[in-house]
Design a protein around this ligand. Structure first.
Ligand SMILES: *Cc1c(COP(=O)(O)O)cnc(C)c1O
Length: 385
């Protein structure tokens, strides 16, 4: 089956009511047929759900769909994107291990690298996104994982997945990608040689701003290690959220098409506006890594960043003048969203630190929604003028 069909037709349904839509299995535990069945399931001689911290039909359906969409052997779902990121590192790393990461990563991932993992003697070295030699040079004897996000948030820098995969294979370390911005519709990191793909399902996968969720996709071997860690530490995805996310996947392909079309139109128009100094969107010809974007992504995605000539004050003013756009700390929603990183998510960084991750005072991040593109543009134009 093609991806669009798999997202709709992979189903996990075992009751006898002939439901067309898979029902919600809200149960914390599962009964055994008899003492022998119970013994065999606990001994892992026989398949069975046992307890919803271990497994659940709705959660499994969501995993099966995501694994099919990313051409992964296996997967594991978690309560949020960050619990997916943490479960991956927690399962794979031991005290004394080392991570090489691209410098611009999601804020909470940065906290994990700088404040949480060091408590267990795990250290991280950051490398600039375009310094491929630097990535290889940063690998030490104790390095286990190379980690990156592409496109990055909010700078939309693109890293060549094939090039990085050559480095990690040569050095026999794991290559993990946070694929949240692209979704499996636009980019499949495993196809380019990555070992692990991680998502915050909270963003485009839900796509309607309702639930948190996360997922890790990889080989059977890696997922077994994550399972062993996560089953006993408990970052389980709730059956209800899994049910929502699994239904959401049915429309991911059509939603991403509209996100990409709307975002491309907005990016092209912003580039021509006199109040704007530059626009970044992976599918714009002016994007410095456009050639990499068109090689590994099937579309530019729904995020557009641009810089206002009017700087910090202008950025805050601009947000206040928007009326259709929501000011909210999410992205990948049906509703268009605007944020101003310098005065919010990245306000605690010094100017120097902000510049190192490409966040200037006038930078605005737009998550272009599914509204009619003329309404989106009218709102932006009014605020820009
Ligand atoms: C939101 C986000 C996360 C964290 O996901 P949550 O679901 O909020 O825990 C991780 N990486 C990226 C790129 C994100 O945008």
């Amino acid at each position: 089956m093609k991806k669009q069909t798999q997202a709709i037709r992979i189903q996990n349904k075992r009751t006898s009511h002939n439901e067309h839509s898979v029902p919600l299995y809200l149960t914390s535990s599962y009964v055994f047929e008899d003492a022998e069945d119970m013994r065999a399931q606990f001994a892992e001689e026989k398949e069975g759900e046992i307890y919803s911290r271990y497994a659940n039909p709705n959660v499994q359906e969501f995993i099966d769909k995501m694994a099919a969409l990313e051409n992964a052997e296996s997967g594991w779902a978690t309560a949020s994107g960050m619990s997916a990121v943490f479960s991956f590192f927690g399962a794979i790393l031991s005290s004394g291990d080392h991570i090489v990461s691209a410098r611009s990563v999601f804020g909470s991932t940065h906290k994990l690298f700088t404040e949480i993992l060091p408590k267990w003697g795990i250290t991280t070295t950051y490398v600039d996104f375009d310094d491929y030699e630097g990535f290889e040079k940063a690998i030490q004897k104790n390095t286990r994982i190379l980690y990156l996000e592409t496109p990055s948030n909010p700078g939309l820098d693109i890293i060549d997945l094939e090039k990085i995969a050559q480095i990690t294979k040569r050095n026999e370390i794991l290559f993990a990608v946070d694929n949240c911005f692209a979704t499996p519709i636009l980019q499949r990191p495993l196809d380019f040689g990555a070992d692990v793909s991680i998502h915050s399902a909270t963003k485009y996968i839900d796509g309607q701003g309702r639930t948190l969720g996360g997922v890790i996709l990889s080989s059977e071997e890696i997922i077994e290690q994550i399972k062993a860690f996560a089953r006993h530490t408990g970052p389980s995805l709730s059956p209800f959220n899994a049910w929502v996310l699994s239904k959401s996947l049915e429309t991911l392909d059509v939603r991403m098409e509209r996100h990409c079309n709307n975002a491309m139109i907005i990016a092209e128009r912003l580039e021509l506006h006199p109040a704007v100094s530059w626009v970044k969107y992976p599918y714009l010809k002016s994007h410095p890594q456009h050639h990499i974007a068109i090689k590994q992504m099937k579309g530019g995605g729904g995020i557009v960043t641009f810089e206002l000539k009017s700087g910090l004050e202008g950025g805050r003013n601009f947000l206040d003048k928007l009326s259709l756009f929501s000011l909210t700390a999410n992205l990948g929603d049906t509703r268009s969203i605007a944020t101003h990183p310098a005065s919010t998510t990245h306000s605690k960084l010094t100017m120097e630190q902000r510049n190192a991750v490409g966040i200037s005072d006038g930078l605005v991040r737009l998550s272009i929604g599914l509204e009619n593109v003329e309404d989106i543009w009218d709102d932006l134009l009014l605020a820009l003028d």
